[in-house]
Design a protein around this ligand. Structure first.
Ligand code: ADP
Ligand code: MG
Length: 361
């Protein structure tokens, strides 16, 4: 196992990149600690697969270095990197049995048959495919093929990192949930470094201890699920994570105070910027005022989603979501909104600029 460091990485698929827009990865400096459970989260096309393929050696980056335990592997062939990669679609040998498929990565490295048997049996048990071991892979359902594909990634105990590239895409929704928790359990058992790539926040947040959020070829934040929820470093993270995501509201800064829709809004703490900026507040921290204070709004929609209600309110032309427990207003009602000051952040050009402290008044 190893610590993996990416230093000054850039990658363009074009032979003669002209500007920033020609780079699939713009500039990446990132360290994956040994034994970590990481998720790489971002929308389709942001560069996740490109990054994985650079780590595994399937792609050589245009610029920068890849270090495994401080050893430069940038020009090392994939087979020499000691990595297991699981792809979006199953990669298995149809003519072989499930057992032989799982055994393949071990036999390929000349492991003794008793080691092969022990590992294959253990992995098959973890993935609950023991009864399929003698089945020919061609007879498996797509779900089971992908499970075996994942098993092939997990069967070796000597890999530097196991990387999963959106592995649950082809999996049936109810099994998805099961496999996701299974993977988390597997990580706790085998303690290998794992990088799990997904565009699905639920998958990322349930699997990972650390989530790396990417947008448009760049890493915008690395943090625990709680950190990403509580202090998004960028409005993109605030919006991408959460359901609904963080409210991002245009505001005007005057003498250190924020004005939204003409009303003064108390921030979590100091923010030394002037002019146009954005307030970030999660729907969980927006409530209805009962004492006549707060920002005047009109309710447009109320969605009852079981445990709570999601209220969509309009302040001038801006939409504000609130998540409410219990009593909720009706569509068309005039209401006043309160923002919890300790959770009201300020963003300038997308980046978090307010600091925790005494709220500005
Ligand atoms: P993700 O995995 O996050 O969906 P990718 O890494 O696949 O994103 O793609 C990042 C960007 O690079 C996208 O704009 C995509 O169109 C482009 N890209 C990916 N693979 C290739 C390729 N083989 N040739 C040219 N462009 C590519
Ligand atoms: Mg991809």
């Amino acid at each position: 196992m190893a610590q993996i460091k990416l230093s000054g990485l850039r990658h363009s698929y074009r032979p003669d990149p002209q500007g920033e827009a020609d780079y699939a990865l713009k500039k990446i400096d990132l360290t994956w600690e040994d034994g970590g459970a990481y998720a790489l989260l971002g929308p389709s096309g942001c560069g996740k697969s490109t990054l994985l393929n650079i780590i595994s050696g399937l792609l050589v980056p245009s610029e920068g270095k890849i270090l495994f335990n401080d050893q430069d592997v940038t020009s090392l062939a994939p087979a020499k990197r000691n990595i297991a990669q699981v792809f979006q679609f199953p990669v298995i040998y149809d003519t072989m049995t499930v057992y032989d498929n799982l055994a393949f990565p071990l036999r390929n490295r000349g492991r003794d048959e008793d080691v092969v048997e022990r590992r294959v049996t253990a992995i098959a048990e973890m993935l609950e495919v023991t009864e399929m071991l003698k089945t020919r892979a061609s007879n498996l359902s797509p779900d089971n093929k992908q499970k075996i594909s994942m098993g092939r990634g997990l069967v070796r105990e000597d890999v530097n990192v196991v990387m999963f590239d959106e592995p649950l895409t082809v999996i049936d929704p109810h099994l998805k949930w099961k496999l996701r928790s299974k993977l988390k359990e597997l990580h706790q058992r085998v303690r290998a470094t794992m990088i799990y790539v997904t565009h699905d926040q639920t998958e990322a947040l349930t699997f990972a201890d650390q989530v790396v959020v990417m947008q448009d070829g760049e890493v915008v934040q690395i943090g625990t699920p709680v950190e990403l929820f509580e202090r998004p470093a960028h409005t993109f993270v605030g919006h991408f994570i959460g359901s609904p995501g963080m409210n991002v509201l245009p505001c005007e800064m005057k003498d250190g105070a924020a004005f939204f829709g003409g009303e003064r809004v108390v921030l979590e703490g100091p923010a030394e910027v002037g002019g146009a900026a954005e307030i970030g507040i999660r729907p969980e921290f927006v409530s209805l005022s009962s004492n006549g204070t707060g920002i005047a709004a009109r309710v447009r929609k109320v969605a009852d989603i079981g445990r709570h209600k999601v209220v969509e309110a309009i302040v001038h032309d801006t939409r504000v979501h609130a998540i409410l427990e219990g009593e909720a207003p009706n569509a068309g009602d005039a209401v006043r909104l309160d923002f919890k000051p300790s959770q009201t952040r300020l963003y300038k050009d997308g980046w978090l600029t307010s600091r925790p402290g005494e709220g500005t008044r």
